[in-house]
Design a protein around this ligand. Structure first.
Ligand code: ZN
Length: 315
């Protein structure tokens, strides 16, 4: 099968299946998935802000005609995957129970980004949040939370086609879910898969992300829609596992040697993976490994991790 072009908007990836890409897949620029079957439509992840969600909805209406957008799945609680729910309020909105609980906390209310920038702990984070405030438009936004949640694997049908919702968290976040459409050979992986771009691992353990990737490979999909980046085949997912294993190995060694996470960052050799965009995100992953190895250890505060990560990122 020819590679799916990585272009903004809806791209057909299989019969009745589409990926909505947001190149270059940087911070907050997430992909969505669409399944059109029988007389209905399923959407996986609803984009980050008002203009993007509106564009997604309008493009779906164009390919789906009069079919109803009956179901939405949010793969996890990061805003770039559910803030657009406001455009799909008439649908049943599904997520894991953990993800829904995190959304309801609304820790990072997008209406307050500019304010958060003013209160940022460091200059790099201030610039980063101001960039985000310029990038995304939340005029008229309000939170629309999932209407239904689940904690174990859930099978639904969309226009007569079976769709599996498979919880795999904690991994990227505490409530990650992947969406498998067996009859079409498609997996919508959410942020379990960053394709040829450095993954963010908010929660970990990293081994759970690797396990989720291996599970995706075992489903033998023809195409995997990543959360950020282009559509992935098997080799792209194996590369991601190699990256995570490399980071884990290095961080565990430096942990055992008594180094701080910052020292582990300074000594890591990412090899070929240094060329992936946002390579400073490795600091978050290193911290996740330290937490995994000693949960009682005082963690580096989130604001400090992010200050280091974005200080070395050109977004
Ligand atoms: Zn994301």
């Amino acid at each position: 099968m020819a590679a799916t072009p990585y272009t903004t908007g809806l791209n057909r990836i299989a019969e009745g299946c589409y990926a909505w890409f947001e190149p270059p897949g940087s911070w907050g620029l997430a992909n969505s998935g669409v399944v059109v079957a029988g007389d209905e439509v399923l959407i996986v992840d609803t984009q980050n802000d008002m203009p993007r969600a509106r564009k997604l909805r309008d493009a779906v209406r164009e390919v789906a005609g009069p079919r109803e957008i009956r179901t939405v799945v949010n793969t996890h609680a990061d805003g770039d995957h559910w803030f657009g729910n406001v455009f799909f309020e008439d649908a049943r909105i599904l997520s894991s129970a953990e993800a829904a609980a995190q959304m309801r906390e609304l820790k990072r209310d997008p209406r307050k980004i500019r304010q958060s920038a003013e209160n940022a702990a460091g200059p790099a984070m201030r610039d980063f949040l101001n960039w985000r405030a310029d990038m995304f438009d939340y005029t008229g936004w309000r939170p629309v939370f999932p209407t239904d949640t689940f904690s174990a694997k859930e099978s639904i049908t969309v226009g007569g086609i079976q769709v599996e919702l498979i919880p795999v968290g904690p991994a990227h976040t505490s409530g990650d879910v992947i969406v498998h459409v067996p009859e079409r050979g498609v997996v919508f992986a959410g942020d379990i898969v960053f394709h040829r771009t450095t993954p963010m691992v908010w929660t970990g353990p990293l081994s759970n992300v690797v396990a989720a990737c291996e599970m995706i490979l075992s489903l033998e999909p023809t195409v995997v829609v990543s959360g950020h980046g282009s559509a992935a085949g098997r080799s792209g997912i194996r590369d991601l596992c190699d990256y995570l294993n490399l980071v884990h190995e290095h961080a565990a060694k430096r942990f055992a040697a008594g180094d701080t996470p910052l020292e582990a960052l300074q000594t890591i050799d990412l090899g070929q993976f240094r060329l992936w965009a946002h390579n400073s995100r490795v600091y978050q992953a290193i911290n996740a490994v330290y937490h995994e190895l000693d949960p009682a250890r005082e963690p580096v505060p989130y604001a400090e991790i992010m200050e280091t990560v974005v200080a070395h990122d050109s977004y």
